[in-house]
Design a protein around this ligand. Structure first.
Ligand code: ADP
Ligand code: MG
Length: 378
């Protein structure tokens, strides 16, 4: 993969694709982690004398929806750079000639998600060089992530480079033992990830609603738990292939409904009675998982252990998050909700690598090539 060191940027205009797809509430940014994550590349390019033209997407606008303007992101970037102005180009025909300019939401352009070659040419005409630092969008072949990279001298930014090196490094050459913790809502989202770890991990710890298709396959009662019917066959296959390297919960916390105020009970064992849903792993499970995590050379965590958004069902996820934060091994976390859980518990800066890409990080772990990365490698 080509990197910043392969480019000559002095005095040239660099089209820099970033991932500024930040959460907004009433036009205010509620979490600017993604903007902060792009600062090293932005600062490195500016120090080398590049003139920056930033491009990013926000949400999924159907037309030029003003609520999905990048104005708040441009303003926040200016603040984070110490109070400089980031000019916002309203559209591709009106791009000011400054040193720090940002294009409006690239998804305002109908050709963006279709990877329209004409749109890619228009982007390319605006710059001399292309740098992609938008790891979170690298699994999509869009005009601003893939098409334009073919038309200009191009390379990966520092964030994208670190994401790719860290995540592929886990699979290629992990410090052993390698422990994967996989949770979240659906096993069908994560079959590829589980299969990748079946070949490589020493232990796979399963949590979240994902455990119920496994329990159903073993003949346990799952009650009213979230349990994907299409997940049961894949779970059975993974159980057969994974054997003793797969660990499932041994106890659960259940509620009557997905609600913080619902009646709550601890279940010793994993059979969930009718009228109850398993919403978290129990204390014995959390302790056992924490011990495995403490002994790991490398930890990869994706997917919360329970409905951590609801305080009564957050303790399993909190225990695992704390164990990951305290672990002496190399710790890598991927997935939007897993990152949100770490942030909620104040532990986001206690892991070695917190991936900014949800889908992109899972696809890399699955061993897929990402189009936005591939194009920087050929
Ligand atoms: P990530 O974004 O980290 O990849 P997922 O999107 O796969 O994670 O899963 C996160 C969601 O899974 C959370 O919203 C959480 O509430 C839900 N979840 C986890 N465990 C359970 C459970 N036992 N029952 C219902 N929902 C659950
Ligand atoms: Mg999620």
């Amino acid at each position: 993969m080509r990197t910043l060191d392969d480019l000559d940027v002095e005095g040239r205009r660099v089209l820099l694709r970033v991932d500024f797809n930040v959460p907004l509430e009433d036009g205010r940014i509620t979490d600017d982690a993604r903007i902060r994550a792009a600062l090293p590349t932005i600062e490195a390019l500016r120090e080398r004398g590049a003139r920056l033209l930033l491009a990013a997407h926000l949400g999924r606008p159907k037309d030029r929806e003003p609520e999905l303007s990048l104005r708040p992101a441009a303003d926040r970037l200016g603040e984070l750079l110490g109070g400089v102005e980031v000019q916002l180009a309203p559209d591709l025909d009106h791009v000011p000639d400054g040193d720090l300019v940002m294009l409006e939401n690239v998804r305002y352009e109908p050709g963006e998600t279709k990877n329209d070659p004409e749109l890619a040419k228009r982007y390319a005409a605006l710059a001399d060089v292309y740098v992609n630092d938008a790891f979170g969008a690298a699994h999509r072949a869009h005009a601003s992530t893939e098409g334009v990279a073919r038309l200009l001298p191009s390379a990966a930014g520092l964030l994208l480079q670190r994401e790719v090196e860290t995540l592929t490094g886990i699979l290629a050459d992990p410090r052993k033992p390698l422990v994967a913790i996989v949770g979240g809502a659906k096993v069908t989202d994560k079959i590829g990830v589980l299969e990748a770890f079946l070949d490589r991990a020493d232990t796979i710890l399963i949590g979240g609603a994902m455990c119920f298709p496994f329990f159903a396959a073993q003949g346990h009662d799952v009650g009213d738990s979230l349990c994907e019917a299409e997940g049961i066959d894949p779970a059975r296959r993974i159980l057969d292939a994974g054997g003793d390297r797969l660990e499932l919960p041994v106890d659960l916390i259940a509620g009557r409904a997905f609600d913080a105020d619902t009646e709550r009970r601890a279940i010793d064992g994993v059979d969930v009675p009718d009228g109850w849903m398993g919403l978290d792993v129990g204390d014995d499970t959390a302790h056992a998982y924490a011990e495995v995590i403490a002994g790991a050379g490398t930890v990869f965590w994706n997917g919360p252990m329970g409905a951590f958004e609801l305080e009564p069902f957050a303790s399993g996820t909190r225990a695992v998050a704390e164990a990951v934060a305290d672990a002496p091994g190399t710790t890598v976390v991927g997935g939007g909700d897993s990152a949100a859980a770490l942030a909620k518990f104040g532990l986001a800066d206690r892991v070695d690598h917190l991936s900014t890409g949800g889908g992109a990080s899972l696809e890399l772990i699955e061993g897929k090539t990402l189009p936005g990365v591939e194009v920087l490698s050929s």
